[in-house]
Write a protein of this length. Structure first.
Ligand code: ATP
Ligand code: MG
Length: 287
């Protein structure tokens, strides 16, 4: 490393340690143990709804496999975070406006590449991404399913986890396994459970009760009840039309559930946020 680089690195690191929690976005990882439970649909629709309420919201598509939040919104970006990490594009070029007024950031492989950077490059990338944390009120991270190392780094760095499960027993057990894995590595983690594709509120409540009892008994942690989203056949029509269902069919049962969820989240807008999300992701990835 040259002397100039060393000075620049010191300046970058100095700047990073000043991550101010007050002007940092609240970062919520939308996650699940089992795949296909509705994380991307929930991230996108919740964001569209919160944007309508005047909040500055971005979804970071952090699914390393089949990233598809962009497909749900019919937006395409030819720039993703991989280009930004490689220094070939500016961060602003990767941010696209989605229907409803929220922003979508196709993250995918770019973030995992952060693991392979030198300390200098990583500090540069993290300081670039810091802008995302100060530009928004809320940053939702749409993660892939399960507890692989990439997903885990987001779960360890986020302020809160919104764990999505359906009433299927396999989805419930996998949700519990995920909470267990995270709680082993992170004390005092804030977890809320959202039940999706349920028949009604009662079914959602029963699922929540089951998960929360075992989390308390075996892990010693209490998880919050984020509520439920009903199974709604109109969701798939909206997906086919590539429009968030809260915009496509705003009065449908699933849209009304998202509205409730948005208000609930917004009431907790002053939840503590720790700042430095990308710095933490980068350091977890780097091991
Ligand atoms: N409330 C709902 N009612 C009916 N269908 C739903 C509902 N939520 C999601 N779906 C359907 O479930 C399927 C999976 O949804 P989605 O892609 O959002 O899940 P995911 O958890 O992001 O999946 P992956 O783990 O592959 O990223 C989609 O076909 C979607 O249309
Ligand atoms: Mg998804």
């Amino acid at each position: 490393m040259s002397r100039d680089q060393a000075t620049e690195l010191r300046e970058l690191v100095k700047g990073l340690s000043k991550d101010k929690a007050e002007n940092a976005a609240r970062v919520i990882a939308v996650t699940s143990g089992k795949g296909g439970v509705g994380k991307s649909n929930i991230s996108v629709n919740l964001s569209a709804r919160l944007a309508k309420m005047g909040r500055k919201v971005a979804v970071l598509d952090a699914d390393m496999g089949l990233a598809n939040a962009d497909v749900l919104c019919n937006v395409t970006s030819r720039v993703n975070l991989a280009h930004v990490v490689a220094g070939r594009k500016r961060l602003a070029e990767a941010v696209v406006e989605a229907p409803g007024g929220f922003h979508l950031i196709p993250g995918a492989s770019g973030l995992s590449q952060m693991a392979n950077l030198s300390e200098f490059e990583r500090a540069r990338v993290v300081s670039t991404f810091r802008q995302l944390e100060t530009d928004y009120d809320l940053l939702l991270i749409d993660t892939g399913a399960g507890i692989g190392p990439n997903v885990m780094s987001f779960l360890l760095a986020a302020d809160e986890l919104l764990v999505v499960t359906t009433p299927e027993p396999t989805s419930i057990t996998d949700a519990y396994a995920l909470v267990k894995a995270v709680s082993r590595q992170r004390e005092n983690v804030k977890v809320d459970l959202l039940t999706n594709m349920v028949r009604d509120r009662d079914e959602g409540r029963r699922v929540y009760d089951r998960v929360s009892v075992v989390c308390r008994r075996f892990l010693g942690i209490s998880i919050g009840d984020a509520g439920h989203v009903v199974h709604d056949p109109r969701v798939s029509g909206a997906v086919r039309r590539r429009l968030p269902f809260v915009l496509d069919v705003p009065d449908s049962p699933a849209s009304l559930c998202i509205k409730q969820l948005a208000h609930k989240l917004d009431r907790h807008a002053s939840e503590p946020r720790s700042g430095g999300f990308f710095r933490k992701v980068a350091s977890w990835l780097a091991g």
